[in-house]
Write a protein that binds this ligand. Sequence first.
Ligand SMILES: NC(=O)c1ccc[n+]([C@@H]2O[C@H](COP(=O)([O-])OP(=O)(O)OC[C@H]3O[C@@H](n4cnc5c(N)ncnc54)[C@H](O)[C@@H]3O)[C@@H](O)[C@H]2O)c1
Ligand SMILES: O=c1ccn([C@@H]2O[C@H](COP(=O)(O)OP(=O)(O)O[C@H]3O[C@H](CO)[C@@H](O)[C@H](O)[C@H]3O)[C@@H](O)[C@H]2O)c(=O)[nH]1
Length: 443
Amino acid sequence: MKITVIGTGYVGLVTGACLAEMGNHVLCLDLDPAKIRILEEGGIPIHEPGLLEIVQRNRTAGRLEFTTDIARSVAHGTIQFIAVGTPPDEDGSADLQYVIAAARNIGRLMTDYKVVVDKSTVPVGTADKVKAAITDELARRGMTDLKFAVCSNPEFLKEGAAVQDFARPDRVVIGADDEQAILLMRALYQPFIRNRDRMLVMDIRSAEFTKYAANAMLATRISFMNELSRLAERVGADIEAVRVGIGSDPRIGTHFLYAGTGYGGSCFPKDVKALARTAAEYGVPTQLLDAVEQVNDEQKLVLVNKVVKAYGEDLGGRTFAMWGLAFKPNTDDMREAPSRVIIEELLKRGARVQAYDPVAREEAQRVMQGPDWAGLSYAEHQKQALEGADALLIVTEWKEFRTPDFDTLRDCLKDKRVFDGRNLYEPELIRTFGIEYLAIGRP
Ligand SMILES: NC(=O)c1ccc[n+]([C@@H]2O[C@H](COP(=O)([O-])OP(=O)(O)OC[C@H]3O[C@@H](n4cnc5c(N)ncnc54)[C@H](O)[C@@H]3O)[C@@H](O)[C@H]2O)c1
Ligand SMILES: O=c1ccn([C@@H]2O[C@H](COP(=O)(O)OP(=O)(O)O[C@H]3O[C@H](CO)[C@@H](O)[C@H](O)[C@H]3O)[C@@H](O)[C@H]2O)c(=O)[nH]1
Protein backbone atom coordinates (compact mmCIF):
# COMPACT_ATOMS: atom_id res chain seq x y z
CA MET A 1 0.00 0.00 0.00
CA LYS A 2 1.01 3.63 -0.39
CA ILE A 3 1.44 5.26 2.99
CA THR A 4 2.34 8.77 4.05
CA VAL A 5 3.61 9.38 7.57
CA ILE A 6 3.53 12.99 8.74
CA GLY A 7 6.18 13.71 11.38
CA THR A 8 9.47 11.84 11.78
CA GLY A 9 9.75 11.81 15.58
CA TYR A 10 9.91 8.48 17.43
CA VAL A 11 6.44 7.43 16.45
CA GLY A 12 6.51 8.60 12.85
CA LEU A 13 9.86 7.10 12.08
CA VAL A 14 9.15 3.75 13.70
CA THR A 15 5.72 3.57 12.05
CA GLY A 16 7.16 4.43 8.65
CA ALA A 17 10.09 2.04 8.92
CA CYS A 18 8.05 -0.92 10.20
CA LEU A 19 5.32 -0.44 7.57
CA ALA A 20 7.98 -0.27 4.83
CA GLU A 21 9.47 -3.48 6.20
CA MET A 22 6.15 -5.21 5.37
CA GLY A 23 6.37 -4.13 1.72
CA ASN A 24 4.42 -0.88 1.88
CA HIS A 25 5.74 2.12 -0.03
CA VAL A 26 6.15 4.76 2.67
CA LEU A 27 6.87 8.46 2.29
CA CYS A 28 7.71 10.29 5.51
CA LEU A 29 7.15 14.05 5.69
CA ASP A 30 8.75 16.40 8.18
CA LEU A 31 8.83 20.19 8.08
CA ASP A 32 12.19 20.20 9.87
CA PRO A 33 14.74 20.15 7.03
CA ALA A 34 17.58 19.19 9.42
CA LYS A 35 15.79 15.91 10.32
CA ILE A 36 15.04 15.09 6.68
CA ARG A 37 18.65 15.80 5.71
CA ILE A 38 19.92 13.31 8.32
CA LEU A 39 17.41 10.70 7.09
CA GLU A 40 18.25 11.26 3.44
CA GLU A 41 21.92 10.84 4.25
CA GLY A 42 21.21 7.41 5.72
CA GLY A 43 21.18 8.33 9.43
CA ILE A 44 18.41 8.76 11.99
CA PRO A 45 17.93 11.83 14.21
CA ILE A 46 17.26 9.80 17.41
CA HIS A 47 18.85 6.96 19.34
CA GLU A 48 16.53 3.94 19.15
CA PRO A 49 17.91 0.38 19.15
CA GLY A 50 17.37 -1.51 15.89
CA LEU A 51 15.78 1.41 14.05
CA LEU A 52 18.76 2.51 11.96
CA GLU A 53 19.11 -0.91 10.34
CA ILE A 54 15.44 -1.06 9.31
CA VAL A 55 15.50 2.50 7.99
CA GLN A 56 18.64 1.83 5.96
CA ARG A 57 17.41 -1.49 4.59
CA ASN A 58 14.07 -0.09 3.41
CA ARG A 59 15.59 3.12 2.12
CA THR A 60 17.99 1.13 -0.02
CA ALA A 61 15.11 -1.02 -1.25
CA GLY A 62 13.27 2.16 -2.29
CA ARG A 63 10.29 1.46 0.01
CA LEU A 64 11.04 4.25 2.48
CA GLU A 65 11.49 7.83 1.38
CA PHE A 66 11.72 11.17 3.13
CA THR A 67 10.60 14.62 2.09
CA THR A 68 9.82 18.15 3.21
CA ASP A 69 7.46 18.57 0.24
CA ILE A 70 3.89 18.73 1.56
CA ALA A 71 2.23 18.44 -1.88
CA ARG A 72 4.21 15.28 -2.64
CA SER A 73 3.33 13.77 0.74
CA VAL A 74 -0.41 14.41 0.31
CA ALA A 75 -0.38 12.99 -3.21
CA HIS A 76 1.50 9.85 -2.16
CA GLY A 77 -0.43 7.92 0.50
CA THR A 78 -4.00 6.66 0.43
CA ILE A 79 -3.42 6.30 4.15
CA GLN A 80 -2.05 9.44 5.79
CA PHE A 81 -0.71 8.90 9.32
CA ILE A 82 -0.52 12.03 11.43
CA ALA A 83 2.33 11.43 13.90
CA VAL A 84 3.31 14.97 14.84
CA GLY A 85 3.95 16.21 18.38
CA THR A 86 1.12 17.10 20.78
CA PRO A 87 3.06 18.96 23.50
CA PRO A 88 1.34 20.36 26.59
CA ASP A 89 -0.15 23.80 26.21
CA GLU A 90 0.21 26.31 29.05
CA ASP A 91 -2.87 24.93 30.83
CA GLY A 92 -1.74 21.30 30.45
CA SER A 93 -4.10 20.47 27.58
CA ALA A 94 -2.64 18.86 24.45
CA ASP A 95 -1.59 21.48 21.92
CA LEU A 96 -3.24 20.37 18.69
CA GLN A 97 -1.80 23.03 16.38
CA TYR A 98 0.54 20.59 14.59
CA VAL A 99 -2.18 17.97 14.16
CA ILE A 100 -4.63 20.49 12.75
CA ALA A 101 -1.97 22.03 10.48
CA ALA A 102 -1.24 18.56 9.08
CA ALA A 103 -4.96 17.92 8.55
CA ARG A 104 -5.42 21.26 6.79
CA ASN A 105 -2.56 20.47 4.44
CA ILE A 106 -4.32 17.24 3.48
CA GLY A 107 -7.65 19.03 2.89
CA ARG A 108 -5.90 21.78 0.91
CA LEU A 109 -4.17 19.41 -1.49
CA MET A 110 -5.95 16.03 -1.68
CA THR A 111 -7.46 14.96 -4.99
CA ASP A 112 -8.65 11.41 -4.18
CA TYR A 113 -9.97 9.26 -1.29
CA LYS A 114 -7.80 9.44 1.84
CA VAL A 115 -7.82 7.65 5.16
CA VAL A 116 -6.43 10.13 7.66
CA VAL A 117 -5.15 8.37 10.77
CA ASP A 118 -4.55 10.14 14.07
CA LYS A 119 -1.46 8.30 15.36
CA SER A 120 -0.45 11.13 17.68
CA THR A 121 -1.82 11.00 21.22
CA VAL A 122 -4.82 13.31 21.06
CA PRO A 123 -7.74 14.09 23.38
CA VAL A 124 -11.19 12.67 22.88
CA GLY A 125 -12.94 14.63 20.17
CA THR A 126 -9.83 15.37 18.11
CA ALA A 127 -10.90 13.19 15.18
CA ASP A 128 -13.95 15.45 14.87
CA LYS A 129 -11.66 18.49 14.76
CA VAL A 130 -9.46 16.84 12.14
CA LYS A 131 -12.54 16.01 10.11
CA ALA A 132 -13.78 19.60 10.42
CA ALA A 133 -10.40 21.03 9.37
CA ILE A 134 -10.28 18.87 6.24
CA THR A 135 -13.93 19.56 5.38
CA ASP A 136 -13.29 23.27 5.79
CA GLU A 137 -10.33 23.18 3.38
CA LEU A 138 -12.29 21.11 0.86
CA ALA A 139 -15.15 23.60 1.07
CA ARG A 140 -12.76 26.46 0.32
CA ARG A 141 -11.76 24.60 -2.83
CA GLY A 142 -15.38 23.80 -3.71
CA MET A 143 -14.52 20.10 -3.57
CA THR A 144 -16.84 18.82 -0.84
CA ASP A 145 -17.59 15.74 -2.98
CA LEU A 146 -14.12 14.35 -2.27
CA LYS A 147 -14.43 11.45 0.19
CA PHE A 148 -12.16 10.85 3.17
CA ALA A 149 -12.27 9.04 6.50
CA VAL A 150 -10.64 9.87 9.82
CA CYS A 151 -9.47 7.09 12.14
CA SER A 152 -7.90 6.99 15.55
CA ASN A 153 -4.97 4.58 15.83
CA PRO A 154 -3.10 5.44 19.05
CA GLU A 155 0.44 4.20 19.42
CA PHE A 156 1.59 2.27 22.50
CA LEU A 157 5.32 1.85 21.77
CA LYS A 158 7.91 2.53 24.46
CA GLU A 159 11.11 4.36 23.64
CA GLY A 160 14.13 2.10 23.81
CA ALA A 161 11.98 -0.85 22.71
CA ALA A 162 10.02 0.98 20.03
CA VAL A 163 10.73 -1.27 17.04
CA GLN A 164 9.86 -4.43 18.93
CA ASP A 165 6.72 -2.84 20.40
CA PHE A 166 5.51 -1.76 16.96
CA ALA A 167 6.44 -4.97 15.18
CA ARG A 168 4.94 -7.27 17.84
CA PRO A 169 2.18 -5.24 19.44
CA ASP A 170 0.13 -6.40 22.45
CA ARG A 171 -2.80 -4.92 20.60
CA VAL A 172 -3.61 -2.54 17.78
CA VAL A 173 -6.44 -0.15 18.59
CA ILE A 174 -8.40 1.26 15.68
CA GLY A 175 -11.22 3.73 16.17
CA ALA A 176 -13.20 4.12 12.98
CA ASP A 177 -16.68 4.61 11.55
CA ASP A 178 -15.92 4.02 7.86
CA GLU A 179 -16.05 0.46 6.45
CA GLN A 180 -13.46 1.04 3.74
CA ALA A 181 -11.06 2.60 6.27
CA ILE A 182 -11.51 -0.35 8.67
CA LEU A 183 -10.73 -2.82 5.86
CA LEU A 184 -7.60 -0.92 4.88
CA MET A 185 -6.37 -0.59 8.47
CA ARG A 186 -6.98 -4.27 9.17
CA ALA A 187 -5.01 -5.22 6.05
CA LEU A 188 -2.19 -2.88 6.98
CA TYR A 189 -1.72 -4.30 10.49
CA GLN A 190 -2.48 -7.94 9.71
CA PRO A 191 1.19 -8.86 9.13
CA PHE A 192 2.14 -7.63 12.62
CA ILE A 193 -0.57 -9.56 14.45
CA ARG A 194 -0.73 -13.31 14.67
CA ASN A 195 -3.65 -13.37 17.06
CA ARG A 196 -6.66 -11.67 15.42
CA ASP A 197 -8.09 -10.88 18.84
CA ARG A 198 -5.34 -8.33 19.25
CA MET A 199 -6.85 -6.10 16.58
CA LEU A 200 -9.32 -4.01 18.53
CA VAL A 201 -11.73 -2.05 16.36
CA MET A 202 -13.95 0.34 18.29
CA ASP A 203 -15.64 3.70 18.05
CA ILE A 204 -13.34 6.67 17.56
CA ARG A 205 -13.86 8.33 20.94
CA SER A 206 -13.17 5.12 22.84
CA ALA A 207 -9.96 4.62 20.85
CA GLU A 208 -8.80 8.14 21.65
CA PHE A 209 -9.67 7.64 25.31
CA THR A 210 -7.96 4.22 25.49
CA LYS A 211 -4.54 5.80 24.90
CA TYR A 212 -4.90 8.20 27.83
CA ALA A 213 -6.41 5.53 30.04
CA ALA A 214 -3.42 3.23 29.42
CA ASN A 215 -0.82 5.90 30.19
CA ALA A 216 -2.74 7.17 33.21
CA MET A 217 -3.04 3.63 34.60
CA LEU A 218 0.71 3.00 34.17
CA ALA A 219 1.62 6.36 35.68
CA THR A 220 -0.70 5.62 38.59
CA ARG A 221 1.08 2.35 39.32
CA ILE A 222 4.42 4.14 39.39
CA SER A 223 3.26 6.95 41.66
CA PHE A 224 1.58 4.41 43.92
CA MET A 225 4.84 2.49 44.31
CA ASN A 226 6.81 5.70 44.77
CA GLU A 227 4.49 6.77 47.56
CA LEU A 228 4.75 3.36 49.19
CA SER A 229 8.56 3.53 48.91
CA ARG A 230 8.56 6.61 51.15
CA LEU A 231 6.47 4.79 53.72
CA ALA A 232 8.64 1.67 53.42
CA GLU A 233 11.70 3.72 54.38
CA ARG A 234 9.94 4.99 57.50
CA VAL A 235 8.60 1.65 58.69
CA GLY A 236 11.76 -0.31 57.86
CA ALA A 237 10.33 -2.36 54.98
CA ASP A 238 12.05 -3.01 51.66
CA ILE A 239 10.04 -1.79 48.64
CA GLU A 240 11.87 -4.28 46.39
CA ALA A 241 10.64 -7.20 48.48
CA VAL A 242 7.18 -5.67 48.57
CA ARG A 243 7.23 -5.26 44.77
CA VAL A 244 7.97 -8.94 44.27
CA GLY A 245 5.47 -9.81 46.97
CA ILE A 246 2.56 -8.04 45.31
CA GLY A 247 3.63 -8.54 41.69
CA SER A 248 3.28 -12.29 41.93
CA ASP A 249 -0.48 -11.84 42.27
CA PRO A 250 -1.66 -12.07 38.65
CA ARG A 251 -4.34 -9.51 39.37
CA ILE A 252 -1.54 -7.04 40.03
CA GLY A 253 1.21 -8.31 37.70
CA THR A 254 4.92 -7.66 37.75
CA HIS A 255 5.31 -4.76 35.33
CA PHE A 256 5.54 -1.06 36.09
CA LEU A 257 5.96 -1.47 39.82
CA TYR A 258 9.47 -0.06 40.12
CA ALA A 259 9.93 2.79 42.56
CA GLY A 260 12.52 5.29 41.39
CA THR A 261 13.12 8.98 40.71
CA GLY A 262 9.68 9.55 39.24
CA TYR A 263 8.38 8.98 35.74
CA GLY A 264 9.63 11.22 32.94
CA GLY A 265 9.66 11.15 29.16
CA SER A 266 7.54 12.73 26.49
CA CYS A 267 4.34 10.86 27.35
CA PHE A 268 3.32 10.14 30.96
CA PRO A 269 3.80 13.68 32.32
CA LYS A 270 1.99 15.38 29.45
CA ASP A 271 -0.71 12.74 29.03
CA VAL A 272 -1.66 12.66 32.72
CA LYS A 273 -1.95 16.46 32.61
CA ALA A 274 -3.95 16.42 29.36
CA LEU A 275 -6.41 13.82 30.67
CA ALA A 276 -6.96 15.86 33.84
CA ARG A 277 -7.47 18.92 31.65
CA THR A 278 -10.07 17.13 29.52
CA ALA A 279 -11.87 16.07 32.69
CA ALA A 280 -11.82 19.66 33.96
CA GLU A 281 -13.36 20.85 30.71
CA TYR A 282 -16.23 18.41 31.29
CA GLY A 283 -16.47 19.35 34.97
CA VAL A 284 -15.38 15.91 36.18
CA PRO A 285 -13.08 15.96 39.22
CA THR A 286 -9.83 13.94 39.01
CA GLN A 287 -8.51 13.53 42.57
CA LEU A 288 -6.59 10.38 41.68
CA LEU A 289 -4.91 11.80 38.57
CA ASP A 290 -4.00 15.00 40.37
CA ALA A 291 -2.37 12.97 43.15
CA VAL A 292 -0.46 10.86 40.60
CA GLU A 293 1.08 14.01 39.20
CA GLN A 294 1.78 15.55 42.60
CA VAL A 295 3.49 12.40 43.90
CA ASN A 296 5.59 12.33 40.74
CA ASP A 297 6.70 15.95 41.08
CA GLU A 298 7.76 15.23 44.66
CA GLN A 299 9.49 12.00 43.65
CA LYS A 300 11.82 13.83 41.28
CA LEU A 301 13.18 15.57 44.41
CA VAL A 302 13.64 12.45 46.54
CA LEU A 303 17.34 12.00 45.71
CA VAL A 304 17.99 15.71 46.27
CA ASN A 305 16.28 15.50 49.68
CA LYS A 306 18.55 12.59 50.62
CA VAL A 307 21.61 14.59 49.52
CA VAL A 308 20.46 17.60 51.55
CA LYS A 309 19.86 15.39 54.57
CA ALA A 310 23.43 14.10 54.31
CA TYR A 311 25.22 17.37 53.46
CA GLY A 312 22.90 20.21 54.48
CA GLU A 313 21.23 22.85 52.29
CA ASP A 314 24.49 24.55 51.32
CA LEU A 315 26.26 22.30 48.81
CA GLY A 316 28.95 24.87 47.91
CA GLY A 317 32.30 23.15 47.29
CA ARG A 318 30.67 19.73 46.81
CA THR A 319 30.95 17.71 43.63
CA PHE A 320 28.49 14.96 42.73
CA ALA A 321 28.99 12.31 40.11
CA MET A 322 25.85 11.37 38.20
CA TRP A 323 25.36 8.17 36.24
CA GLY A 324 22.55 8.48 33.74
CA LEU A 325 20.82 11.51 32.20
CA ALA A 326 18.20 10.12 29.80
CA PHE A 327 14.70 9.64 31.24
CA LYS A 328 15.16 5.86 30.81
CA PRO A 329 17.79 3.52 29.36
CA ASN A 330 18.28 2.85 25.62
CA THR A 331 17.24 6.32 24.56
CA ASP A 332 18.84 9.75 24.33
CA ASP A 333 15.51 11.43 25.05
CA MET A 334 15.80 14.10 27.76
CA ARG A 335 12.17 15.23 27.74
CA GLU A 336 10.94 15.56 31.37
CA ALA A 337 13.97 13.54 32.52
CA PRO A 338 14.25 13.50 36.33
CA SER A 339 18.00 14.20 35.90
CA ARG A 340 17.18 17.74 34.78
CA VAL A 341 15.30 18.54 37.99
CA ILE A 342 17.93 16.86 40.16
CA ILE A 343 20.84 18.68 38.49
CA GLU A 344 19.03 22.01 38.67
CA GLU A 345 18.38 21.57 42.40
CA LEU A 346 21.98 20.55 43.14
CA LEU A 347 23.45 23.44 41.14
CA LYS A 348 21.06 25.88 42.81
CA ARG A 349 22.57 24.89 46.17
CA GLY A 350 26.11 25.54 44.92
CA ALA A 351 27.20 21.99 44.01
CA ARG A 352 29.01 20.89 40.88
CA VAL A 353 27.78 17.87 38.90
CA GLN A 354 29.91 15.56 36.73
CA ALA A 355 27.52 13.55 34.60
CA TYR A 356 27.96 10.51 32.44
CA ASP A 357 25.39 8.94 30.12
CA PRO A 358 26.18 6.38 27.40
CA VAL A 359 24.15 8.17 24.70
CA ALA A 360 22.28 11.25 26.00
CA ARG A 361 25.21 13.67 26.43
CA GLU A 362 24.60 15.62 23.22
CA GLU A 363 20.87 15.92 23.89
CA ALA A 364 21.59 16.90 27.53
CA GLN A 365 23.96 19.63 26.36
CA ARG A 366 21.27 20.91 24.03
CA VAL A 367 18.56 21.17 26.70
CA MET A 368 20.76 22.32 29.60
CA GLN A 369 22.82 25.20 28.31
CA GLY A 370 23.54 28.73 29.51
CA PRO A 371 24.89 30.31 32.70
CA ASP A 372 22.43 28.47 34.99
CA TRP A 373 24.08 25.17 34.06
CA ALA A 374 27.70 26.31 34.42
CA GLY A 375 28.30 23.89 37.29
CA LEU A 376 27.45 20.89 35.11
CA SER A 377 30.22 19.06 33.24
CA TYR A 378 30.23 15.83 31.28
CA ALA A 379 32.43 12.76 31.64
CA GLU A 380 33.53 10.45 28.84
CA HIS A 381 33.01 7.31 30.90
CA GLN A 382 31.68 6.08 34.24
CA LYS A 383 34.95 6.27 36.11
CA GLN A 384 35.77 9.76 34.89
CA ALA A 385 32.50 11.00 36.39
CA LEU A 386 33.62 9.69 39.79
CA GLU A 387 36.99 11.44 39.83
CA GLY A 388 37.13 14.07 42.57
CA ALA A 389 33.45 13.55 43.46
CA ASP A 390 32.12 13.45 47.02
CA ALA A 391 29.32 11.01 46.21
CA LEU A 392 27.55 9.32 43.31
CA LEU A 393 23.91 9.69 42.22
CA ILE A 394 22.44 7.02 39.96
CA VAL A 395 19.53 8.38 37.92
CA THR A 396 19.09 6.08 34.88
CA GLU A 397 19.32 2.28 35.05
CA TRP A 398 21.62 1.68 32.06
CA LYS A 399 22.82 -1.93 31.98
CA GLU A 400 26.45 -0.89 32.21
CA PHE A 401 25.83 0.53 35.70
CA ARG A 402 24.51 -2.75 37.08
CA THR A 403 27.72 -4.48 38.10
CA PRO A 404 30.39 -1.86 38.70
CA ASP A 405 33.75 -2.50 40.32
CA PHE A 406 32.70 -1.61 43.86
CA ASP A 407 36.33 -1.25 45.03
CA THR A 408 36.95 1.42 42.38
CA LEU A 409 33.67 3.08 43.25
CA ARG A 410 34.63 3.27 46.93
CA ASP A 411 38.18 4.48 46.24
CA CYS A 412 37.09 7.23 43.84
CA LEU A 413 34.36 8.75 46.00
CA LYS A 414 35.61 11.03 48.80
CA ASP A 415 32.68 10.19 51.05
CA LYS A 416 32.18 6.63 49.76
CA ARG A 417 28.48 7.35 49.41
CA VAL A 418 26.04 6.25 46.69
CA PHE A 419 22.53 7.67 46.26
CA ASP A 420 20.77 5.16 44.04
CA GLY A 421 17.56 6.41 42.42
CA ARG A 422 17.04 3.08 40.60
CA ASN A 423 17.72 0.46 43.28
CA LEU A 424 20.39 -1.26 41.19
CA TYR A 425 22.35 -2.99 43.95
CA GLU A 426 21.78 -5.33 46.86
CA PRO A 427 22.23 -3.12 49.93
CA GLU A 428 23.96 -5.89 51.92
CA LEU A 429 26.46 -6.50 49.12
CA ILE A 430 27.46 -2.93 48.32
CA ARG A 431 27.84 -2.13 52.03
CA THR A 432 30.38 -4.94 52.46
CA PHE A 433 32.67 -2.81 50.25
CA GLY A 434 32.53 0.01 52.78
CA ILE A 435 30.14 2.11 50.73
CA GLU A 436 27.29 4.01 52.36
CA TYR A 437 24.25 3.14 50.25
CA LEU A 438 21.05 5.19 50.12
CA ALA A 439 18.42 3.75 47.80
CA ILE A 440 14.68 4.27 47.23
CA GLY A 441 12.43 2.66 49.83
CA ARG A 442 15.08 0.24 51.04
CA PRO A 443 16.48 -0.09 54.52
N1 LIG B 1 7.64 9.22 21.90
C1 LIG B 1 6.94 8.16 22.20
O1 LIG B 1 7.45 7.20 22.75
C2 LIG B 1 5.48 8.09 21.87
C3 LIG B 1 4.80 6.87 22.00
C4 LIG B 1 3.43 6.81 21.71
C5 LIG B 1 2.77 7.96 21.30
N2 LIG B 1 3.45 9.13 21.19
C6 LIG B 1 2.72 10.30 20.70
O2 LIG B 1 3.02 10.44 19.31
C7 LIG B 1 3.11 11.82 18.95
C8 LIG B 1 4.48 12.10 18.36
O3 LIG B 1 5.44 11.92 19.36
P1 LIG B 1 7.00 11.88 19.03
O4 LIG B 1 7.73 11.73 20.30
O5 LIG B 1 7.22 10.93 17.93
O6 LIG B 1 7.13 13.38 18.45
P2 LIG B 1 8.37 14.31 18.23
O7 LIG B 1 8.06 15.57 18.94
O8 LIG B 1 9.65 13.59 18.51
O9 LIG B 1 8.31 14.56 16.65
C9 LIG B 1 7.26 15.18 15.99
C10 LIG B 1 7.74 15.59 14.59
O10 LIG B 1 6.65 16.14 13.85
C11 LIG B 1 7.15 17.17 13.02
N3 LIG B 1 6.03 18.03 12.57
C12 LIG B 1 5.31 18.91 13.30
N4 LIG B 1 4.33 19.45 12.54
C13 LIG B 1 4.41 18.88 11.32
C14 LIG B 1 3.66 19.00 10.11
N5 LIG B 1 2.59 19.81 10.03
N6 LIG B 1 4.04 18.28 9.05
C15 LIG B 1 5.10 17.45 9.12
N7 LIG B 1 5.84 17.27 10.24
C16 LIG B 1 5.50 17.98 11.32
C17 LIG B 1 8.17 17.86 13.88
O11 LIG B 1 9.10 18.59 13.09
C18 LIG B 1 8.82 16.66 14.60
O12 LIG B 1 9.95 16.18 13.89
C19 LIG B 1 2.77 12.58 20.21
O13 LIG B 1 1.41 12.86 20.21
C20 LIG B 1 3.11 11.62 21.32
O14 LIG B 1 2.36 11.85 22.48
C21 LIG B 1 4.78 9.22 21.44
O1 LIG C 1 8.15 0.54 36.94
C1 LIG C 1 8.44 1.58 36.36
C2 LIG C 1 8.33 1.75 34.95
C3 LIG C 1 8.66 2.98 34.39
N1 LIG C 1 9.10 3.99 35.18
C4 LIG C 1 9.41 5.30 34.57
O2 LIG C 1 8.32 5.68 33.75
C5 LIG C 1 8.76 6.50 32.68
C6 LIG C 1 8.19 6.01 31.38
O3 LIG C 1 8.75 4.75 31.05
P1 LIG C 1 8.23 3.86 29.83
O4 LIG C 1 6.79 3.72 29.94
O5 LIG C 1 9.05 2.65 29.80
O6 LIG C 1 8.66 4.78 28.59
P2 LIG C 1 7.89 5.64 27.49
O7 LIG C 1 8.70 5.52 26.26
O8 LIG C 1 7.60 6.99 28.05
O9 LIG C 1 6.51 4.87 27.19
C7 LIG C 1 5.25 5.24 27.77
O10 LIG C 1 4.65 6.28 27.04
C8 LIG C 1 4.45 5.99 25.63
C9 LIG C 1 3.94 7.26 24.98
O11 LIG C 1 2.58 7.45 25.19
C10 LIG C 1 3.48 4.82 25.51
O12 LIG C 1 3.28 4.54 24.13
C11 LIG C 1 4.07 3.62 26.23
O13 LIG C 1 3.14 2.53 26.18
C12 LIG C 1 4.32 4.00 27.69
O14 LIG C 1 4.93 2.92 28.40
C13 LIG C 1 10.29 6.47 32.73
O15 LIG C 1 10.74 7.66 33.33
C14 LIG C 1 10.60 5.28 33.62
O16 LIG C 1 11.80 5.44 34.33
C15 LIG C 1 9.22 3.83 36.54
O17 LIG C 1 9.62 4.76 37.27
N2 LIG C 1 8.88 2.62 37.10
